[in-house]
Ligand binder design. Structure first.
Ligand code: NAP
Length: 259
């Protein structure tokens, strides 16, 4: 049976779910709802199923709320008399936020999404939970049509995965931004560090992140560390001094605790 789906939101996650569902012969995207009258240009291919009228929600098996975390509750309350299952896609919001609905659940994709990047959805861990067993079994079936990695997980554990994702992705990306900013400030090609970034990620697939750690902090090379901090201070690069100090301390402590 083909499941019909509605998506609320016109952000990055909504876009990737929309594309994936649209390309899946076992699923049918029947409506996209957004708050703006004019559709976000990334969604142009979906203009015929777009609406900003939340009172005209179509009948469907699933309604996926993929909006900013702090709007999930208000959007959910706005959905009235929906007989299908209402899902949100957030890593950090408890499923109970949707408990005004008959059937509800969560489908959290443990991945980072941007508009201009294609992602192999099949490989994304989809963390799911639902309000009752029947809804959960149906959700697992739906999720398995999108990815090979469906994992049942409750809200408390999902929050831990989200926190872990913040360290692994959001912080790493910010550190790369900081690193590129430093190079650009001194007219050095920022792409010079890209092979290093690639190897950083590749090597943790074959050796542990603990063993993969290199650099002055892991060697407890205090003179080099002091030189770096003095350089940052002398050049007024205050934005990066606290980051440098706090991560250096953490690396030294990690090494020391394990010995
Ligand atoms: N980005 C990721 O990598 C990622 C990964 C996994 C899970 N998630 C989760 O997925 C959800 C969506 O994230 P995202 O990254 O797609 O966000 P996003 O790109 O920032 O887009 C947020 C969307 O929410 C809409 N929105 C906000 N308040 C609204 C309201 N009151 N009514 C209707 N629409 C509203 C925005 O509408 P306008 O365009 O009109 O402002 C926008 O379309 C979040 O719960 C997030 O935690 C994100």
């Amino acid at each position: 049976m083909i499941d019909e789906i509605i998506i609320i939101g016109t952000g990055k996650v909504a876009y990737h779910f929309a594309k994936e569902i649209n390309n899946n012969p076992k699923l049918k995207l029947i409506q996209i709802l957004g708050r703006s009258k004019r559709i976000n240009s990334h969604f142009n291919e979906f203009s015929d199923i777009y609406s900003s009228n939340f009172s005209k929600l179509k009948k469907s098996k699933y309604c996926i709320i993929a909006v900013s975390d702090n709007s999930v509750k208000s959007v959910s309350i706005n959905i009235k008399k929906f007989e299908g299952t209402v899902l949100h896609t957030s890593g950090s919001i408890n499923m109970s936020i949707l408990n005004t609905h008959l059937k509800f659940g969560v489908i959290y994709p443990l991945q980072t999404f941007s508009f201009d990047r294609n992602i192999d959805f099949n490989k994304i861990p989809l963390l799911v939970e639902a309000s009752n067993n029947k809804t959960l079994n149906e959700l697992i079936d739906f999720s398995s049509k999108l990815s090979k990695k469906t994992i049942i997980m409750n809200s408390d554990k999902r929050l831990i995965c989200h926190l872990s994702a913040v360290f692994a992705n959001n912080f790493t990306n910010h550190l790369i931004y900081t690193s590129e900013k430093l190079l650009k400030k001194f007219d050095i090609d920022k792409d010079l560090i890209h092979p290093l970034c690639e190897e950083t990620i590749l090597k943790i697939k074959s050796i542990s992140s603990y063993d993969a750690q290199t650099g002055p902090a892991s060697r407890n090379d205090l003179e080099t560390i002091e030189n770096h901090i003095n350089f940052l201070k002398k050049n007024n690069l205050t934005f990066s001094i606290d980051i440098y100090k706090s991560i250096t301390e953490s690396i030294i402590k990690t090494k020391f605790d394990k010995q």
